[in-house]
Design a protein around this ligand. Structure first.
Ligand code: SF4
Length: 206
């Protein structure tokens, strides 16, 4: 293999969580080749090392197998969703998929993690993500600034509650693009939230 690069690969957001089929795992192994490194990340994506020359064709092949392929590194990660144990409708599976399509893979100053939980039990740990979405009956609450790393780890703070399904993508997108445009250098999202302030963020998304 000549020059190498990485693809971030994940299964579709679905009831049951991050489920790969045996065929999908076999496909990943085949396209990556026997000497490739395949890393399981903490954010539910596999980082698959591939040849730079073959990147586009490998991406197409993985997508044909029903997998989703995203950029690695400094970008929004695909939505880190729960297992939708309360069922697709009650836990908002379609909304999560729409949100994922809108926000995954946007270039950002630092890698950005967005979590989604289909109920207040929050088993996907949305309050430990940069942006956390929690479905509360028919509306959504959004938390910001979760920081799971380091000795100053912190849970996200409630930014807005009771937003409708229609407003969910616009609000989360606004937060991402605001961070993209107004962060200072490689400022972490939690620091950005502190600097801009919760009050001002609330006004911007209101
Ligand atoms: S967040 Fe709620 S709906 Fe989603 S898997 Fe956990 S308990 Fe089930």
């Amino acid at each position: 293999m000549g020059e190498k690069t990485k693809l971030a690969v994940s299964p579709a957001i679905q009831v049951g969580g991050s489920l790969f089929t045996p065929e999908q795992l076999a496909k990943i192994g085949t396209v990556a080749g026997s000497d490739a490194k395949i890393e399981m990340t903490t954010f539910k994506q596999l980082y698959v090392e591939v040849s730079l020359d073959e990147k586009a064709s490998i991406q197409e092949e993985l997508e044909r197998a029903g997998l989703e392929v995203y950029p690695t590194g400094f970008a929004t990660k695909s939505l880190i969703a729960c297992n939708f144990c309360k069922g697709a409708e009650e836990a908002g599976l379609e909304t999560a998929r729409i949100l994922n399509r809108a926000i995954a893979g946007i270039k950002t100053p630092t890698p950005l993690k967005i979590g989604y939980a289909g109920c207040a039990l929050g088993t996907s740990e949305p309050l430990l993500k940069d942006i956390g979405v929690v479905k509360m009956r028919d509306t959504f609450d959004i938390y910001v600034g979760g920081e799971p790393k380091g000795i100053k780890a912190a849970v996200g703070r409630l930014l807005i509650s009771g937003i409708t399904e229609e407003r969910l993508v616009p609000v989360v997108s606004t937060l991402i693009y605001l961070y993209k445009e107004q962060s200072k250098g490689k400022e972490k999202f939690s620091k950005f939230v502190d600097r801009i302030s919760m009050e001002q963020l609330k006004q911007i998304i209101a």
